[in-house]
Design a protein around this ligand. Structure first.
Ligand code: ADP
Ligand code: ADP
Length: 213
């Protein structure tokens, strides 16, 4: 099953994609995680991506699409995948549609996680991430069992530089301008399901499972 998770920064895409990916036994593919891995490896792609990520802007479509399609060509994606953070522009969505159509495939479902702007800001300001497995925690709504340590890896959690308030403002503006039009794109194809992302994590997961049936 090929699933796209749409939603603003902080909507809970990473949290839910991890859980749903495990349930469906398909990989969770997050373009943000791929870019952050390239940044920490110091590759050319990483250097380029960092200059955009630090500003809260999108990495150019051409670079992003190439990286994503290369990831989707790996053997673990044959049974499907959950995309988190891709596509983020109409051009990216069209590039994905075209690449899939060339192989006679298509996106099976798009889930749009709806969360109010005030809640997004609260979530991003308290987000802590595991540097090893990328699991997101929240200091109030989803704390780890041991303060600031990952439940699975035991690693010290960190806060993303781009989760600081100035960058969050730009990221949300970019989201409303460039990514929101995708809701219509997938609704027109009859693929869109809306899930209320403001409920607690387990409840959102239950509603997502239902909407994937
Ligand atoms: P969040 O999980 O908060 O929505 P991500 O980890 O998905 O954030 O993305 C972090 C940054 O990585 C973005 O602000 C952007 O600079 C870059 N990025 C991630 N995915 C894409 C994409 N599909 N297109 C362009 N840039 C992207
Ligand atoms: P995204 O990938 O969409 O940017 P994340 O999954 O990283 O979002 O979640 C953003 C923050 O909100 C994290 O700190 C996460 O622990 C927390 N969070 C995720 N889902 C919920 C929820 N349903 N209720 C409260 N907090 C949540």
């Amino acid at each position: 099953m090929r699933v796209i998770l749409l939603g603003a920064p902080g909507a809970g895409k990473g949290t839910q994609a991890g859980k749903i990916g495990e349930r469906l036994s398909v990989p969770h593919i997050a373009t943000g995680d791929l870019f952050r891995a390239a940044v920490s490896q110091g590759t050319e792609l990483g250097k380029l991506a960092k200059s955009y990520m630090d500003q809260g802007e999108l990495v150019p479509d051409q670079v992003t699409v190439r990286m994503l399609l290369e990831r989707l060509s790996q053997p673990d994606c044959r049974k499907g995948y959950i995309l988190d953070g891709f596509p983020r522009t109409l051009e990216q969505a069209q590039a994905l549609d075209t690449a899939l159509a060339e192989r006679g495939d298509k996106v099976d479902r798009t889930i749009y996680l709806e969360v109010s702007e005030a809640e997004l800001v609260r979530r991003l300001s308290g987000r802590w991430i595991c540097p090893v497995c990328q699991t997101p925690y929240h200091e109030v709504t989803n704390p780890p069992r041991t303060p600031r340590r990952c439940d699975k890896e035991g690693a010290a959690l960190y806060q993303r530089d781009d989760d600081k308030p100035e960058t969050v403002k730009t990221r949300l503006a970019v989201y409303f301008q460039q990514t929101v039009p995708l809701i219509q794109h997938y609704a027109r194809q009859g693929l869109l399901r809306r899930v209320n992302g403001e409920k607690e994590i387990q409840q959102v997961e239950r509603e997502m499972v239902t909407s994937l049936r």
